[in-house]
Design a protein around this ligand. Structure first.
Ligand code: FES
Length: 110
């Protein structure tokens, strides 16, 4: 299935600051957790560019929900998969930006 046919897409930042904080390992964990929860067909993942949250990295964006997460840890990724990507409830304590109420901000996804 094409990435853009999936219900949600997640881009974990692979910019220099987040990479130095091991965002690649979190991306692997994210894929593994999606498989555990049977969400591979619902959620696509890909490396993302810098989200301008470098001091709070690792960061990631969930499309099309317009939710930016920061200060990610392994536990945070597991909880975000369980609560947001599975049940649709963003995990507020890791949300850095929530643009979900801006309807006209829909074309940013590359
Ligand atoms: S390098 Fe990840 S937010 Fe800038």
């Amino acid at each position: 299935m094409d990435m853009f046919e999936k219900r949600r897409r997640v881009a974990i930042c692979r910019g220099p600051h987040c990479s130095a904080r091991n965002s690649a390992a979190l991306a692997e964990l994210l894929d593994a957790e999606l498989a555990v929860h049977g969400l591979e067909d619902d959620v696509g993942t890909r490396p993302g560019a810098c989200n301008k949250l470098c001091d709070e990295g690792p960061s990631m964006v969930v499309h099309p929900d317009k939710i930016w997460y920061s200060c990610l840890t392994s536990d945070a990724v597991r909880e975000i998969v369980r609560e947001h990507l599975s049940r649709g409830e963003p995990v507020r304590r890791y949300v850095a930006r929530d643009l979900s109420r801006f309807d006209d901000f829909g074309s940013f996804e590359p």
